[in-house]
Design a protein around this ligand. Structure first.
Ligand code: 3HC
Length: 677
C-alpha cells in the first residue's frame, strides 16, 4: 500500500495501490499512521507524499461508496495531513484527481511534473469533492476558478495549476523526484491551506456561473458544488466543511450518483471480454487501410491518423477520393482553429494519410476497415477482393451498421480474420465502437480490436451478430413505433417530448431526421408505401436537406412544419386511419419500454455479454442520459414490473407477434431485474 524511504531528514511516502492509487480504506489507514509516526520521529523534518506508477492518485475508491465509510475517512485523513506539525509536500505526476487532489491540497506545499493533469471530477459521478476540496480550492485559486473546476469536473494542466496558485512549483517530468527533494530541503514550516482567505465573493461566483451557464449542468450534484463553493466565500472553514459533508452524504445515496457510478464502471467493464484469456496475444497493428472516403470512412481514418497510425484510404474514383482527403484536412484544420491540436500535429496527421484509387495498395495494411454503402453484394465483393490482396494475418473489418458479418466472412478463406467494427457517426467524435464477433472470428482478432479501439480513444463494446447489433437493433422498434404513433394520432412534438423529458438529447422523429429520412428509400417519388416515402417524395430527406419531420432553422433547430402536418393527415386519410387521442404513457411504453424488451431479447440470445454493455452502448452511442445509468439501469430502477405491465397494457398495438421477453418474467417473482437490488 505504502512505501517509505528516508533521504537525509526527508521522509518520502509513496502510495502503491495499482492501477490508479485509489485511496481505499487500507491506503487511508496506512497514510494516517505514516503521518502520525513521522511526526513523532525526530529524524524526520519534512514529508513528501508521492504516487507510485503512472500517477499520483485517481482519488477515492469509487467502489467503496455503496458501503459505510471506514475510518479514517478521506476528510479526516486530509485534516490530519494539514495538521501535521512538520511540512508535508505533495509531489504530483500523471493524474491528480478527486480525493487525490484533496490530499494534495491538505499538504502544505505542492510540486508537480509538467505533464500532470489535475481535476476534481466528482461531479461526473454525481458527487461533490467530499474531503474539503470545495473549501480548500477556493482558498488557493479563488472561488470563480474553483467553481469552474468543481462544478464542471474539467481537468487543468500543471501550467494552468501553477498560474492559478494551485501548485507552488513546476518541474520537468524527468527531474520531478529529484526536484522534490531539493524543494523539500528549502522548507521550514507548515502552511495550512485552510488558513488562507477567500478573496472572491458569493456574488462573483453567481456572476461567473450565470455568464458561463452552458458549462454547468442542472443535476443535483452541479447545484451542490456551486452551493458548497459559495459557502467557502462567506462562511468559516469549519462551517463550509460541515456543509460540504452534509451535501456529500445526501448526494452519495442519490439515484443520480448511483446511476453515474454505474455508468463509470459499466464503460470500463464493457472493454473486457468475459471468456477471453487475459494473456491472449494481440496482432501487431502498424498500418491501417480504410475503404470508402465518405462520411464514415473519413471519420474512421481521422481517429487512426490522430493516434499516429498511417492510413491508406481507398476510393473508386479520383474526385470522391479528393473530397475525402479534403474532408480529413478540414477536420484537422478546424481542430487547430479550436485549439484542440497544434499546427505540428496537424501536419503530422495529414502526412500519415496515403490516398489511393488502387485497391492493391492495401496489401501492406494490418487492419482494413470497409466503410462503403450498406449493400451486401458490394460488401461481399470487397471481402473477396481483400481475401485475395490482404497480407496473411491482416484483420478484415466491416463498418456495417446492420448486415451479417458471417455472410461477409463466408466469401473469404480466412473467416477467423473477419470482424465488425461499427463506429457511430460522426466517427471521429462518438466514443462508441461496437466490435462485432462473427461465428468464426479469432479470439486474438477480438483482443486486438478491443485494445486498438482503446488506443484510438474509443470505448469498445462486444456484440454478437444480429440485424443492427446492440444499438441499432434496439433503435428500430423505437423508430417504427414512433412513426406508427404519429399515424394513429399523436403529434410529432408530443412523441419526441416523451424522450427528451427522460433526458435523451432528441426524440425518435428527430433521430430519423438526423440519420436521414431517405435511409432505405426506393427513390421513386410516385410510390408511397409509408410516411418516410411521403416525406422523401416532397424532398424532405432530413436535416441534411433542411427539412424532414421538422423544418430546421439556420442554427439547425427543429421547428414544427405545417407541410408535414398536411402530409400526415393525407396519409392517414389514404390509409383509412381515424386519428385518436394518444396518451404520453402509451408513447413511453411504445417508444421506450419496447427498447427494454428488445434489450432483454438481446441478452437472452447472448448478443450482448452483459446488461451494463447495453447501457454503455446507449449512453455513448445515442446520448442516453448518464444520470439514469443507461436504459437497463433505468428500467431496473423504474421497476421491471411496471415495464412489463406497460407492455401488457399496450400489447395490442405491437402486432400479433409481440411477446414480452421471457427473461423479464423469469423467476418466481415474475419480474426479473437486470441488476441485483
Ligand atoms: N476508484 C476505484 N477504481 C478506479 C478509480 C477510482 N477512483 N479510478 C479508476 N478505477 C479503476 C477502473 O475501474 C479500472 O478498473 P478495471 O481495470 O477493473 O476495469 C482501472 O481502475 C483502470 O481505470 P481506467 O480503465 O479508467 O484507466 P485509464 O488509464 O484509462 O484512466 C483514470 C485512469 C484517468 C485515473 C480514470 O480511471 C479515471 O478518470 N478515474 C476516475 C477518477 C475520478 O473520478 N476520481 C474521483 C473519485 S471520487 C472522489 O475522489 C470523492 C472524494 O472527493 C471524497
Amino acid at each position: 500500500m505504502l512505501r517509505h524511504s528516508r533521504i537525509e531528514d526527508i521522509l518520502e511516502i509513496v502510495i502503491e495501490n495499482p492501477p490508479v492509487n485509489a485511496l481505499g480504506a487500507s491506503v487511508r489507514r496506512a497514510l494516517f499512521d505514516a503521518i502520525d509516526q513521522a511526526e513523532k520521529d525526530a529524524l524526520v523534518r519534512v514529508l513528501l507524499i508521492r504516487g507510485g506508477g503512472k500517477l499520483f492518485s485517481a482519488g477515492a475508491d469509487i467502489s467503496e461508496f455503496d458501503r459505510p465509510e471506514e475510518e479514517p475517512g478521506l476528510s479526516t485523513l486530509v485534516d490530519r495531513i494539514e495538521d501535521c506539525a512538520k511540512p508535508v509536500v505533495a509531489v504530483l505526476h500523471g493524474q491528480c484527481l478527486g480525493g487525490g487532489l484533496e490530499v494534495a491540497m491538505g499538504c502544505h506545499f505542492r510540486i508537480a511534473a509538467s505533464s500532470t493533469r489535475l481535476a476534481l471530477p466528482e461531479v461526473t459521478l454525481g458527487l461533490l469533492p467530499g474531503a474539503g476540496g470545495t473549501q480548500r480550492l477556493p482558498r488557493l485559486v479563488g472561488a470563480a476558478a474553483a467553481v469552474n473546476m468543481i462544478a464542471t469536473g474539467a481537468a487543468i494542466t500543471a501550467q494552468e495549476a501553477q498560474a492559478s496558485g494551485l501548485i507552488d512549483r513546476l518541474v520537468d517530468d524527468a527531474e520531478f523526484a529529484a526536484a522534490a527533494l531539493d524543494y523539500a530541503r528549502t522548507l521550514v514550516a507548515p502552511r495550512r491551506t485552510r488558513d488562507l482567505p477567500v478573496v472572491t465573493t458569493a456574488d462573483e461566483v453567481d456572476a461567473h456561473v450565470a455568464a458561463n451557464a452552458r458549462k454547468f449542468g442542472g443535476l443535483e450534484a452541479h447545484k451542490a458544488c456551486i452551493e458548497a463553493v459559495k459557502a467557502a466565500t462567506c462562511q468559516l472553514f469549519a462551517q463550509g466543511l460541515a456543509l460540504e459533508k452534509s451535501l456529500f452524504e445526501k448526494l452519495v445515496k442519490s439515484d443520480q450518483a448511483r446511476a453515474l457510478q454505474h455508468a463509470f464502471f459499466a464503460e470500463r467493464r464493457a472493454a473486457t471480454i468475459a471468456d477471453l484469456p487475459r494473456d491472449t496475444a494481440k496482432r501487431p497493428i502498424a498500418q491501417i487501410g480504410v475503404i470508402g472516403a465518405g462520411t464514415m470512412g473519413t471519420g474512421i481514418a481521422v481517429n487512426f491518423l490522430l493516434a499516429g497510425l498511417p492510413v491508406t484510404l481507398v476510393e473508386k474514383g479520383a474526385s470522391a477520393l479528393q473530397r475525402g482527403v479534403d474532408t480529413i484536412a478540414r477536420t484537422f484544420a478546424s481542430g487547430v482553429a479550436k485549439g484542440k491540436m497544434t499546427a505540428d500535429q496537424e501536419q503530422r496527421a495529414n502526412s500519415l494519410l496515403a490516398p489511393t484509387i488502387a485497391f492493391d495498395d492495401l496489401s501492406g495494411s494490418d487492419l482494413i476497415i470497409e466503410a462503403v454503402f450498406e449493400d451486401m453484394t458490394i460488401k461481399k465483393e470487397i471481402f473477396s477482393t481483400l481475401d485475395r490482396i490482404a497480407k496473411p494475418g491482416a484483420i478484415l473489418a466491416s463498418n456495417t451498421s446492420f448486415l451479417d458479418i458471417n455472410e461477409m466472412a463466408g466469401v473469404t478463406k480466412r473467416p477467423e480474420d473477419v470482424v465488425g467494427l461499427h463506429f457511430f457517426s460522426p466517427a471521429n467524435i462518438m466514443k462508441l465502437v461496437e466490435v462485432i464477433q462473427g461465428a468464426r472470428t479469432g479470439q486474438d482478432v477480438l483482443a486486438t480490436c478491443m485494445g486498438l479501439a482503446k488506443r484510438i480513444g474509443k470505448a469498445p463494446v462486444l456484440s454478437g451478430v444480429c440485424y443492427g447489433f446492440i444499438g441499432n437493433r434496439m433503435l428500430l422498434p423505437r423508430l417504427d413505433q414512433a412513426r406508427q404513433l404519429l399515424l394513429e394520432g399523436a403529434t410529432i412534438a408530443q412523441i419526441d417530448a416523451v424522450s427528451t423529458r427522460l433526458g435523451l438529447p432528441i426524440g425518435p422523429l428527430q433521430m430519423i431526421d438526423l440519420a436521414g429520412v431517405d435511409i432505405g428509400w426506393h427513390r421513386d417519388p410516385t410510390r408511397i408505401d409509408n410516411l418516410n416515402d411521403a416525406l422523401c417524395a416532397k424532398g424532405r430527406l432530413g436535416q441534411k436537406s433542411g427539412s424532414g419531420y421538422y423544418d430546421y432553422d439556420e442554427r439547425r433547430r427543429p421547428v414544427s412544419s405545417p407541410e408535414v402536418d398536411a402530409i400526415v393527415q393525407q396519409f392517414r386519410a389514404d390509409a383509412g386511419i381515424v386519428p385518436r387521442a394518444i396518451s404520453d404513457d402509451e408513447i413511453m411504453v411504445r417508444t421506450v419500454y419496447i427498447m427494454i424488451n428488445e434489450a432483454a431479447l438481446i441478452l437472452e440470445e447472448g448478443i450482448a455479454q452483459r446488461a451494463s454493455d447495453i447501457d454503455t452502448v446507449w449512453m455513448l452511442g445515442f446520448g442516453w442520459p448518464r444520470w439514469t445509468g443507461g436504459p437497463l439501469w433505468w428500467a431496473t430502477q423504474t421497476g421491471i414490473g411496471s415495464i412489463i405491465d406497460g407492455l401488457e397494457r399496450h400489447r395490442d398495438h405491437f402486432g400479433p407477434f409481440f411477446a414480452v421477453a421471457e427473461s423479464l418474467k423469469k423467476g418466481s417473482s415474475r419480474y426479473q431485474p437486470f441488476y441485483p437490488a
